[in-house]
Design a binder for this molecule. Structure first.
Ligand SMILES: Nc1ncnc2c1ncn2[C@@H]1O[C@H](COP(=O)(O)OP(=O)(O)OP(=O)(O)O)[C@@H](O)[C@H]1O
Ligand SMILES: [Mg+2]
Length: 461
């Protein structure tokens, strides 16, 4: 398995190796050249200083002080020559020249008229570092300064460093291998847990939860997985409830149909009147089943279409009038008066068919729960960016305790269900449609006085 932990581990070790390689280069390979560059720079600076003093004709004792200082600081021997190679001054101190031919170097300085530096080895095999500087006044070379310093051999130092480097490398590699292993396990453990949880969920166990121990991205992922599983659990519960509700709702009409059909088959000598009554019950119950199936199909379609509204600009007033006309038969039956109060050109931006369904369900309820000869008001009120549609009846009303539940599927209020036999899906459909439109909606109702259902819908831009 090419797992993330192996990759992380490899990556961390690679970083350590790169760091070690860099240290090796700088500490061991380039150490010597670094050291000499720094040394040369220092001597050149000091030498230039000395040359400046000579050119300025400083007092003799000041120059001598400087020479002493250089001797103490760098163990440097200083010689001054004329351009012809005649020695003017020599500090006569260490280091021992022993066979180093200074004249060749002096000639180089005199010829090039520029600062020159070089290494020389004396007879004893120890190295000397020579820096030569010309003293130039008005383009004429008046003298040459030669500074000679002993340089410690770096070989031993490099050897010590090499040995140390090997030890440090061994320690560092083993420690970092262990640490990298621990870290990579630490980071991949939650991923493995999440993977396990997701697998369990896929197998159908939705009660599984991933422990959320950190607040980083992995912690966030764990919470998301937990959220997902609780949402799935809810959906699963809804599905079970729906099936239970549906079967329960279907039972009564089906048993009635079956019962009456059996009576008609088995009982002889039924009067014509009775037969007609029983057949009517069978037809009514079949209609009810048909109505319920249509509503269930509608609801499931709306819910699966949640994000798929077919929005257009249309006149809400036309829609309201169309619904009122569709329900005219029922209003006339009950002798109800329907008062529509809306301006003609109220354009809204919504799914026309769905909004018509909302108004239909609300008006249908108002008609079903109104007393004979009462009035129903439908208003569309312009509230600036939204239009509020109200459907108000003066029927039996809904008790405060029941109001929160009337939007649930299959919920039928106690008062009402005795008289009116609906399936309790109308308002669930209304709710789904309005939620899909992100519209506000609600109801105000009082027992005995009536109900006012309302919703807000966005106007056309
Ligand atoms: N205008 C109203 N006045 C009084 N009660 C109402 C009104 N509208 C709804 N209700 C109550 O809310 C319940 C749920 O209404 P909903 O429209 O969802 O179902 P239903 O009308 O019983 O059946 P259907 O699915 O045929 O519409 C009703 O059973 C009723 O008790
Ligand atoms: Mg209804």
């Amino acid at each position: 398995m090419k797992s993330i932990s192996i990759k992380l581990w490899g990556l961390m070790l690679a970083l350590v190796f790169i760091a070690l390689a860099l240290i090796w280069c700088f500490q061991i390979v380039f150490l010597e050249s670094f050291y000499f560059n720094i040394h040369e720079r220092k001597l050149l600076t000091e030498g230039n200083h000395l040359v400046a003093m000579i050119k300025n004709n400083e007092e003799k004792y000041i120059i001598e002080e400087k020479l002493d200082e250089l001797l103490l600081k760098y163990n440097a021997r200083i010689d001054l020559y004329t351009p012809n190679g005649v020695e003017i001054y020599s500090s006569e101190a260490a280091p021992k020249m022993m066979g180093v031919d200074k004249n060749i170097f002096l000639m180089e300085v005199i010829k090039s008229k520029k600062p020159v530096s070089t290494f020389k080895e004396n007879r004893m095999g120890s190295s000397l570092f020579l820096v030569g500087l010309p003293v130039i006044r008005d383009n004429v070379m008046t003298a040459a300064v030669i500074m000679t310093t002993p340089v410690a051999s770096l070989e031993e130092t490099v050897d010590t460093l090499k040995e140390q480097f090997v030890i440090i490398s061994l320690i560092l590699i083993s420690v970092s291998a262990i640490l990298a292993y621990v870290f990579s396990r630490y980071f991949t453990k939650p991923i493995l847990e999440i993977n396990k949880a997701a697998k369990t969920m896929a197998e159908g166990n939705l009660s599984i939860r991933v422990p959320v121990s950190t607040k980083d991205e992995l912690g966030m992922l764990s919470s998301t997985i937990n959220h997902l599983s609780s949402q799935l659990q809810k959906i699963e519960q809804l599905r079970k409830d729906l099936i239970a509700n549906v079967s329960h709702e279907f039972k009564t009409p089906l048993s009635l149909i079956k019962g009456y059909a059996e009576t008609m088959r088995d009982v002889e000598n039924i009067s014509e009147e009775k037969r007609y009554k029983q057949l009517n019950i069978i037809i009514e119950e079949s209609d009810k089943l048909n109505h319920m199936i249509n509503e269930i199909l509608d609801l499931s379609q709306i819910q699966s279409d949640y994000y798929n509204l077919n929005r257009t600009d249309f006149s809400i007033s036309d829609t309201i009038r169309a619904v009122v006309n569709r329900l005219a038969y029922h209003t006339e039956n009950k002798n109800l008066r329907i008062e529509v109060d809306c301006m003609d050109a109220l354009l809204i931006y919504a799914d026309e068919k769905r909004i018509e369904q909302v108004i239909y369900n609300l008006l249908n309820n108002a008609i079903n729960h109104s007393e004979q000869q009462s009035s129903i008001f439908i208003r569309a009120i312009d509230h600036g960016s939204v239009i509020v549609v109200e459907i108000e009846d003066h029927g039996e009303g809904i008790s405060q305790e029941e109001i929160p539940y009337i939007w649930d599927r299959f919920y039928k209020a106690k008062e009402a269900s005795a008289k009116h036999k609906g399936s309790g899906l109308g308002l669930a459909i209304v709710k789904s449609i309005l939620e899909a439109h992100k519209a506000n909606f609600g109801v105000e109702s009082e027992i005995g006085k009536g109900s006012k259902f309302w919703f807000e819908i966005r106007k056309s831009a």
